[in-house]
Design a protein around this ligand. Structure first.
Ligand code: ATP
Length: 296
């Protein structure tokens, strides 16, 4: 019997390391991207419909497209095409992940929609097939499916799972206005061209991987890095103030999340996280690692 509806939850992410190589001839950048999934989630419910319909509710949904450009819709279309069926589905997205915040909200919705449609249509796709569709949808989408922690190389989509020895407590500070990921990469290239220095090959930092393995927040704080941070702050100078306010409020370290503008403040423990969140407006506590896309 076909289910009436299926709901899947997928997590946001923070890049604890984002090493960006030189721009490639195809316009993409080689990355060494250490992802950590965190407990801030979107939910996607798939139910049968006449044609493809997208609806959304929740945080900042004005920025969420409700047509076929929505990443969740694209996920449903790709899966349907692969199995020769019509994408007759209503996808209802409940957003808690900030839109255009550098926390992979769209990617989470795509991974959630894919898993939900796969279950609704009983396509029985293998994990490998689902991961291949995710990689077609975007560099961050495979990680939204997998969750936990992982090293992504290539454009970020070739994943190796990483061991994490404990929980990390984060405070995310959101901005009212998002930043475009391509614009941040362009600014990074522009600043590098201006500086005239050569760009090293992106590699994962062994000390950071050891900190994750040990579950050591202080060591992770010492090794956090984001090559896009300078570009995000150049486009949005007030992010520098947010990072400084985070450290002044007691964070072990503060970093722009991915391409921004969300900022990630690493706390020593839950109590410290609660104090920091209490001191900083528009902030949200979240613990990582979190599970990838999962049926609820
Ligand atoms: P990343 O961290 O992967 O670079 P992000 O978190 O910065 O992504 P998203 O929230 O994924 O950014 O959204 C980026 C843009 O993608 C939005 O401005 C919106 O136009 C478009 N978009 C498409 N589908 C979605 C979706 N389901 N949710 C949010 N935005 C979407």
């Amino acid at each position: 019997m076909t289910a009436a509806s299926v709901t899947v939850r997928a997590p946001a992410k923070v890049n604890v390391q984002l090493a960006v190589g030189d721009v490639r001839p195809d316009g993409f950048h080689d990355l060494a991207n250490v992802f950590l999934a965190v407990g801030l989630h979107d939910e996607v419910t798939a139910s049968p419909a006449d044609g493809l319909r997208i609806t959304a509710e929740g945080r900042d949904i004005e920025g969420v497209p409700l047509d076929e450009t929505n990443l969740a819709a694209r996920a449903a279309i790709l899966l349907a095409k692969r199995y020769g069926i019509e994408p007759d589905v209503r996808l209802h997205i409940v957003k808690d992940i900030p839109v255009a915040g550098g926390m992979a909200g769209g990617s989470a919705d795509a991974a959630a929609a894919l898993v939900a449609c796969d279950a609704l249509w009983e396509t029985g796709a293998s994990r490998e097939e689902l991961l291949a569709i995710c990689a077609e949808l975007g560099s961050d989408v495979p990680f939204s499916l997998v969750g936990g922690a992982a090293l992504g190389v290539g454009r970020g989509e070739q994943l190796t799972p990483l061991e994490v020895g404990g929980s990390f407590h984060w405070v995310f500070v959101t901005s009212e206005v998002g930043l475009s990921t391509p614009a941040v990469y362009r600014e990074c290239d522009r600043l590098r061209a201006e500086g005239g220095t050569s760009v090293p090959e992106p590699v994962a930092d062994p000390a950071l991987l050891a900190a994750l393995r040990a579950g050591d927040a202080r060591e992770l704080a010492r090794t956090l890095s984001n090559d896009l941070q300078g570009a995000a702050v150049s486009l949005r100078p007030e992010l520098g103030d947010t990072l400084a306010a985070g450290v002044a409020a007691g964070a072990l370290a503060a970093i722009v999340s991915g391409s921004g503008p969300s900022c990630a403040l690493l706390a020593a423990d839950r109590a410290a996280g609660e104090r920091i969140a209490g001191a900083i407006p528009r902030s949200h506590l979240a613990v990582g690692p979190a599970r990838g896309a999962v049926l609820v």
